[in-house]
Design a binder for this molecule. Structure first.
Ligand SMILES: C[S@@+](CC[C@H](N)C(=O)[O-])C[C@H]1O[C@@H](n2cnc3c(N)ncnc32)[C@H](O)[C@@H]1O
Length: 187
């Protein structure tokens, strides 16, 4: 009997810790720019096709969540490399576990880092982002500064403000499922 009570208490404690972790993780992503709202898996391939992703691309997902876009880029397009930045602990750890299970440690690299505080973007040839406009705005300055020219930038649901960022050119836009997608090139 005593053992059962102890087990129950340990279970409650673990549940409580998990809730705290979820809350902290969610709050972090909100504070840093956009909460973890994953894109619907069934549209990822179509979006990347729309963006013209090729097997010789290196894809960066700024705010990679559970890594679903990175996995699709590797599985469906066989890109050279897929790199993600994810500030929120839970989706980050989940994506790392998936990478290990799928044995993709030499193809997918995820940094638990605020991408607004990094500048190591020189390898990117294709950028995917599903973020709020304020973050897109800050990130656009960084892309301009730290990325190669003439790379593709695919933004879901929100546009880059071309008045503020004249070095970006809108190539095309479309609606895929319920999402608006905007494809840019930095010139
Ligand atoms: C809307 S979700 C998109 C997730 C994934 N890219 C997808 O399309 O399914 C945005 C993600 O960006 C992450 N994020 C927001 N701001 C960030 C920052 N400054 N640095 C790193 N990750 C960030 C959030 O934690 C969240 O997981």
């Amino acid at each position: 009997m005593y053992f059962l009570v102890l087990l129950y208490e340990v279970f409650l404690l673990l549940l409580f810790l998990l809730l705290i972790l979820l809350l902290v993780s969610y709050t972090a992503s909100v504070i840093y720019g956009a909460p973890f709202v994953p894109i619907n898996k069934k549209y990822i391939k179509e979006m990347l096709l729309f963006g013209g992703l090729k097997s010789n691309d290196v894809l960066y997902d700024f705010g990679s969540g559970d890594g679903r876009v990175l996995f699709t880029a590797i599985k469906e397009f066989n890109v050279l490399k897929a790199v993600g930045y994810e500030i929120s602990f839970l989706p980050y750890i989940f994506s790392k576990i998936l990478i290990k299970i799928k044995n993709l440690e030499n193809k997918i690299f995820i940094k638990r880092k605020n991408f607004l505080k990094d500048d190591d973007f020189k390898e990117a040839t294709f950028i995917y982002m599903y973020l709020f406009p304020e973050v897109i705005d800050k990130l656009a300055y960084q892309i301009n500064k730290f990325c190669k020219k003439n790379i593709k930038i695919l933004s879901v649901d929100f546009k880059i403000d071309l008045n503020k960022h004249p070095n970006f050119k809108l190539i095309k836009q479309n609606k895929i499922g319920n999402y608006y997608v905007f494809l840019y090139e930095n010139i």
